[in-house]
Design a binder for this molecule. Structure first.
Ligand SMILES: [Zn+2]
Length: 281
């Protein structure tokens, strides 16, 4: 799932590759991909791409007075290709055709159609509900007091960090990494954190920047389908903790896995699948 580091490097590489590119046409083969209809997608024709930036986990393609806000969901990719896609490519959701035969393509892997885009007047992006409801960006980290206020809620840290309205840009992979870095239990409640724990969480957000630096080093002009994510604990259950050597444990959910170090994060306790144990009570 693309989160801040993955979307940031995508936006940077696309911005460099697309600078000034003229748009010839735009179509949405994924019938449900466009969540806006006015202006129509083809209003992009004739505009030049002025840049690609990131808001939370969403890339934004800017062209003239228009902006294409993209939500990649869990399996979407926004990529630049030298040649146009075959219209039979079932992964295509939105195609922005550029002069010279190149194409900016929103593709989605897997069978579900969840990724979406909205074409909006650039001046209205900030007012869009997906943008206006976002919490502060997780990277660069917000001021300590701002973070402390945002997470002062009686909610478990792991789902709360993934709630874009609380803090923007973190998903299932990087929440594991951040909580491990901060040595905090994923089931600790935000409102129960001591001041030094909030500080550790705040410091841990810097690993998002470290990941972006890593991508800058290892990724060329084109972002590959599968990014070399510098994850140290996420999905590494059964392996030794890179810091203390304890075997990493995981809680399995229907759609994802939460990995943690029991020695450093949960006072030695191995967590049961809480949802299952709740059902059995
Ligand atoms: Zn450990």
């Amino acid at each position: 799932m693309p989160e801040i580091p993955e979307v940031e490097i995508t936006a940077r590489r696309l911005s460099a590759g697309l600078d000034g590119a003229e748009i010839e046409s735009a179509v949405a083969p994924g019938m449900v991909a466009m969540k806006s209809f006015d202006p129509p997608l083809d209003a992009l024709a004739g505009e030049r791409v002025s840049g690609v930036r990131r808001i939370g986990k969403m890339p934004v393609v800017e062209a003239g007075e228009l902006a294409l806000l993209v939500h990649l969901m869990s399996a979407g990719r926004l990529q630049l290709f030298d040649k146009r896609a075959s219209l039979k490519d079932r992964r295509s959701r939105v195609l922005v055709r550029l002069a010279g035969g190149r194409e900016l393509r929103l593709r989605e892997f897997g069978t579900k159609q969840r990724a979406w885009a909205k074409l909006l007047p650039a001046a209205e992006i900030d007012a869009d509900e997906m943008v206006a409801t976002l919490g502060p960006e997780a990277w660069p980290a917000p001021p300590l007091e701002r973070l402390a206020r945002a997470i002062d809620q009686p909610r478990h840290l792991h789902p709360m960090l993934r709630d874009q309205r609380v803090i923007a840009g973190i998903g299932r992979s990087w929440s594991d990494e951040i909580l491990w870095e901060a040595a905090l239990s994923p089931f600790k409640r935000g409102a129960d954190l001591e001041a030094d724990e909030v500080e550790r969480l705040h410091d841990a957000l810097s690993i998002l920047g470290t990941a972006i630096d890593h991508y800058e080093d290892v990724i060329g002009d084109t972002v590959p389908d599968k990014l070399p994510m510098p994850l140290r604990v996420h999905r590494r259950q059964g392996e030794p903790c890179p810091r203390c050597g304890t075997t990493l444990e995981a809680v399995h959910y229907a759609e994802y896995v939460m990995t943690y170090c029991p020695e450093e994060q949960t006072e030695g306790r191995v967590l049961k699948d809480r949802r299952l144990s709740r059902l059995l009570k």
